[in-house]
Design a protein around this ligand. Structure first.
Ligand SMILES: CC(C)CCC[C@@H](C)[C@H]1CC[C@H]2[C@@H]3[C@@H](O)C=C4C[C@@H](O)CC[C@]4(C)[C@H]3CC[C@]12C
Length: 397
């Protein structure tokens, strides 16, 4: 039995958990409107989840060092697969079960950097839409010339358990090779709900397609009634449009190990392998709370987090209400003045060249109505933020 299957529910929480299960039986919509019992609340905001994309900076930058486009595409696939454990299992492994994250407010930021043998990798995450909730991110390593940007929203529905559809996509770029990869996001469902120890399993399939002419398809599966292992997948990489001409097959478990082999068979020559359990992550460096911008997640939610940690739900909900009321007042003020909230790092675009070029090959429909638009990192805005910080520092001297 794995750690996340054994946590169970305490006698004290059993009543509120079964009331919650009854209440979600007809649930459908934004995850933000899901009301969960206090003991399942996390003090981490969804804006923080963008950091899961680069907790192994050396794997993130590895494609930039590879001269051959086919092998480069394979390294992008390997990096993507290595992010899955962080994205979908790290919290339940750490705490014994998945918890409900905080719903970010519009404009909330989560900023940080990783410093290790790959140099400095920077993270910018911003809540770009509140209705519907959507988070955008930009991760860059200037030294190696690798950039990732994307955004996502989630829609939940209930049928025997909670099913979550992810809407959005990511774009991985290596400008030195003039290369772009369009990445789709996996749908998931929650397991262990009935026992009060929820954890994530991935479903269906996702794709990575590149401007250099390669596509990877990743098929996810879990533990069935009679067969299969949890967190399993089979990925194949092929020249775009020629799915039968498999170049590589990757099989394994995204929480454990996987093997990359040549060709379409699971017995082809072994090219590479990965162990998600033994590959160390690099910790993200975040500024101390007192030095953070008031819109930065850990500063903005600090009192709520304090309340959750103490188990003081009256204090938690009073502090949460203060944030919600302030947000409602801001929106009213904007409406009265005929303006909209200015996103600090991202801009909503009508159409996007990467989507125009690559989305048809993987039948990706961006569904902008479900993410508040198509969001792209705005270099000009980011430069302006940097310049403002420099001026402030100079003024303080
Ligand atoms: C039982 C219930 C109360 C808990 C529900 C928690 C639910 C809202 C959480 C659980 C897992 C969360 C996923 C998480 O695994 C990873 C990601 C990837 C990240 O890039 C974007 C957010 C997302 C999809 C989380 C959304 C919130 C989920 C579904």
């Amino acid at each position: 039995m794995s750690s996340n299957e054994g946590a169970g529910i305490s006698a004290q929480n059993r009543g509120s958990w079964s009331a919650f299960l009854k209440s979600i039986a007809s649930f459908s919509g934004d995850l933000s409107s899901l009301t969960a019992p206090p003991f399942i609340l996390s003090s981490t905001s969804l804006t923080e989840f963008s950091s899961y994309w680069a907790e192994h900076p050396s794997l993130f930058v590895a494609p930039a060092k590879e001269k051959d486009p086919e092998k480069r595409a394979l390294l992008v696939l390997k990096w993507f697969l290595s992010t899955l454990k962080q994205q979908y299992a790290s919290r339940s492994e750490q705490f014994g079960n998945e918890k409900k994250p905080l719903n970010p407010f519009l404009g909330e930021l989560f900023l940080g950097k990783w410093v290790d043998s790959a140099g400095t990798t920077e993270l910018i995450s911003e809540q770009v839409s509140h209705h519907p909730p959507a988070t955008a991110y930009h991760i860059s390593n200037e030294q190696h010339g690798v950039y990732l940007e994307g955004y996502n929203a989630q829609k939940a529905s209930f049928s025997r358990t909670i099913h979550v559809k992810q809407i959005g996509h990511a774009v991985f770029r290596i400008p030195a090779y003039d290369e772009t990869y369009l990445i789709t996001l996996p749908n998931l469902h929650i397991e262990g709900l009935i026992f009060g120890s929820p954890f994530v399993e991935l479903n269906d399939k996702t794709y990575i397609t590149s401007s250099s002419g390669f596509t990877a398809k990743i098929d996810y599966s879990g533990k069935g009634w009679l067969s299969g292992k949890k967190n399993s997948f089979v990925a194949t990489m092929y020249p775009t449009g020629k799915e039968k001409d498999t170049l590589y097959t990757v099989t394994g478990q995204w929480t454990k190990t996987f093997e990359i082999r040549e060709g379409s068979s699971k017995h082809g020559a072994l090219v590479d392998q990965y162990d998600a359990e033994t590959t160390p992550t690099t910790p993200l460096i975040v500024a101390p709370i007192e030095e953070q911008d008031p819109l930065e997640s850990r500063r903005a939610w600090s009192k709520v987090a304090e309340g959750i940690a103490k188990g003081d739900m009256d204090y938690t909900s009073a502090e949460k209400t203060k944030i919600e009321v302030a947000q409602r007042e801001l929106r009213q003020q904007e409406k009265a003045e005929g303006r909209v909230w200015e996103r600090r790092y991202f801009t909503c675009v009508d159409s996007d060249p990467v989507l125009n070029q690559l989305a048809p090959a993987i039948q990706l429909n961006p569904e902008p109505d479900k993410t508040g638009g198509i969001w792209r990192f705005d270099n000009k805005k980011a430069e302006a933020v940097k310049a403002k910080k420099v001026t402030l520092v100079q003024e303080l001297k």
